[in-house]
Design a protein around this ligand. Sequence first.
Ligand code: TYM
Length: 334
Amino acid sequence: MEETTQKVLYSAVQPSGNLTIGNYLGAIRNWVKLQHEFTCFYAIADLHAITVKQEPALLRRRTLELAALYVACGVDPAACTLYVQSNVAAHAELTWVLNTLTYVGEMERMTQFKDKAARHAENVNMGLMDYPVLMAADILLYQTQVVPVGIDQRQHLEIARDIAIRFNNRYGETFRVPEAYILKEGAKITSLQDPVRKMSKSDENPNASVFLSDDRDTIMRKFRRAVTDSDDRIVAAEEKPGVTNLLNIYAAFKGCTVPEAEKAFQGFGYGDFKFAVGETVADALAPIQAEQQRLLADKGYLAGILKEGAARAAYAARKTLSKVYRKVGFYRGE
Ligand code: TYM
């Protein structure tokens, strides 16, 4: 197995809708923190995105917007490999091989598959079911050790580990077995309207999710309407999911702990508390939004980053794929 001095980290986001503060706090923010400690690959998962219907022109636009957002959030293209998943053919190629080590039954049991199949009953396509295998291919191609994600991706990470182990057992040591990296703060940001459910890009209720593209007024309005409870105590507790979520969001954006956040709001009523959380989020997002717009005005710069990223990723991925093809017995012309 290839030995590198620095550990490899891999993560991705789908360009399938407006990103929420959940995507930011659960994933991208941590990528920025870790980017100098690891050899990082950050992808825009467009192959994953088409497992639900996408408008082609919009998908293309969102892909570029997401690239700009990564950089605006602080992902350093000089320190990381930033690329579009479909630009590296090895992802689809390895998926095919890994499919043959994955059982239909285990895919049918995936929580996210069941959720999405229920929400898109008219379009339960093979890609939707195969989604975790493609994700395993993403991760395993780069001999990844660490995958920073939110809690909702834990089950997919487990499957990626199982598939890697299965392959290694059948064909000999080939893949590193990756670990999920889930930071407690921000790992599960929940809906502002139904705070036991995760905040999602695709929630039908526009007040449920705060998008990274929301302007200050919208953010303030959404927090003003956030569901809390009737007892007026600003503490994190299982029976207070709304207040707990707001404390989590505040702590994550402020870079403090939840107990510190509880202390900061001692004596506050819910109205003032929600106002303060809204202001904190709006203040944090404003510079990111401005930087994203600035970057989007320079399409040549973004195209350059993505082209270079794809070349670097393709080189690294090809090494693993060649090994896999050899191990499974594909004729390689020698
Ligand atoms: P996606 O696009 O659904 O979400 C991107 C990242 O955001 C995290 N996340 C959240 N974290 C906290 N609270 C929330 N409410 C919340 N909502 C989303 C997700 O956990 C994720 O880390 N399949 C992946 C993309 C992917 C990928 C990969 C990730 C493709 N290949 C390889 C890691 C490694 C997905 O759909 O993420």
